[in-house]
Design a protein around this ligand. Structure first.
Ligand code: FES
Ligand SMILES: [Fe+2]
Length: 375
């Protein structure tokens, strides 16, 4: 564990004023000891997206996910309550569930078949009756917090964490106003943006998501869909938002009709790992979480939802095979550059007008990371 005094020195300042500020030092992105510290200082005490209420509508329904290196799941009990658990068997630590689905009556471990009821109590353990001092009630599954926010399910490992409604002030109203169907959407597909693994620290992936300074040079088709002169970005502390208005180009990389329900675009970031976004076209949203795979790789995993459970395949093709690949390549090149002997801290490029290409949300993210690690 790195102590505060051992955190890398800031040769140049990360100041409160984004227009005078430098970025986090490169070691924050490359040092495994920093990542270890982030697990307890950030991941194990914050809210992380898991899925949607529609996936756990019935008793026995569950969704699995990860909070950094911790496997977790949310499950609706036969008593109708939604609970969260570590996805780890109390016998010898095998995972209990994979993906999403319904367990019917019991959660049965695939390894030696210990079986837990839907409230997490151990009900059956083969050949254990003769064990000295063995009591099934001592081997229930430890719980974690689960909250529903605008129909989305979030997990938090910290029993004392503040509720989401208290810390993501005004976000629920904003999401409901821009995505009226957010609570009633249906799952269309699982989706990993940029493929199963992006060879970059999780913060590189966040940095790339929260700024659109790179959009025009690095995403030419994106800049034809959205009018970058009207793009804007707001920072609300623990969440930020980017909004775009579609261009009236005759041909874009996928077809957008004048009467499609979404004529604009929205990209939200919720500290520290959740993204919610939609592009112009049919009604559909993508919700994802950035899951570190060690200190130099990340999954950007989540789901697509729509009112019917169908999605526009041409738009999906663009997101999966062009936009996602472009962003993955950007992040991986940056990760390599963070190891360069010729690089340590970059410069935040923010403007006072907080324009669409200003990096003030990225600056906020760096302040939050430093604050969490310094605490
Ligand atoms: S590890 Fe689960 S039953 Fe053995
Ligand atoms: Fe991008």
């Amino acid at each position: 564990m790195v102590k505060t005094s051992e955190l890398p020195a800031f040769r140049r300042p990360l100041t409160n004023d984004p227009t005078g500020s430098y970025t986090l030092p490169a070691r924050y992105y490359t040092d495994p000891a920093i990542f270890e510290r982030e697990k307890t200082a950030i991941f194990y005490r914050t809210w992380h997206y898991l899925g949607h209420r529609s996936q756990v509508a019935n008793p026995g329904d569950y969704v699995t996910g990860r909070v950094a290196d911790q496997r977790v799941f949310a499950l609706r009990g036969r008593d109708g309550l939604l609970r969260g658990f570590y996805n780890t068997c109390r016998h010898r630590g095998h995972h209990l569930l994979t993906g999403a689905g319904n367990v019917a009556l019991f959660i049965t471990c695939p390894y030696h078949a210990w079986a837990y009821d839907t409230e997490g109590q151990l009900r059956s353990a083969r050949n254990c009756d003769h064990l000295k001092d063995f009591r099934k009630e001592d081997f229930g599954l430890p719980t974690i917090r689960i909250e529903e926010f605008c129909g989305l399910l979030f997990a938090n490992l910290d029993p004392k964490a503040a509720p989401m409604g208290e810390i993501f002030v005004d976000l629920a109203a904003d999401l409901r106003a821009r995505v009226p169907a957010i609570e009633t959407m249906k799952l269309a597909r699982d989706f990993a943006f940029g493929g199963p693994s992006i060879k970059a620290n999780w913060k590189v992936v966040v940095d790339n998501f929260v700024e659109c300074y790179h959009c025009t040079p690095s995403h030419p088709a994106f800049a034809e869909i959205l009018d970058m002169s009207k793009y804007r970005q707001d920072d609300h502390g623990l969440w930020s938002r980017q909004l775009g208005v579609r261009t009236q180009a005759n041909r874009t990389i996928y077809d957008i009709a004048a009467d499609d329900p979404m004529q604009d675009a929205g990209f939200w970031f919720m500290w520290p790992t959740t993204t919610i976004n939609y592009l112009p076209g049919k009604s559909e949203i993508n919700v994802s979480t950035i899951v570190p795979q060690g200190h130099e790789a990340s999954g950007f995993v989540g789901h697509q939802y729509s009112p019917t459970g169908e999605v526009d395949e041409s738009r999906f093709d663009y997101i999966a095979n062009i936009l996602g690949v472009e962003d993955k390549d950007l992040c991986e090149s940056v990760q390599e550059g963070l190891h360069s002997l010729g690089f340590d801290q970059g410069r935040i490029v923010a403007d006072k007008a907080r324009s669409g290409i200003s990096e003030h949300a990225l600056h906020r993210f760096h302040l939050l990371v430093r604050e969490a690690l310094d605490a």
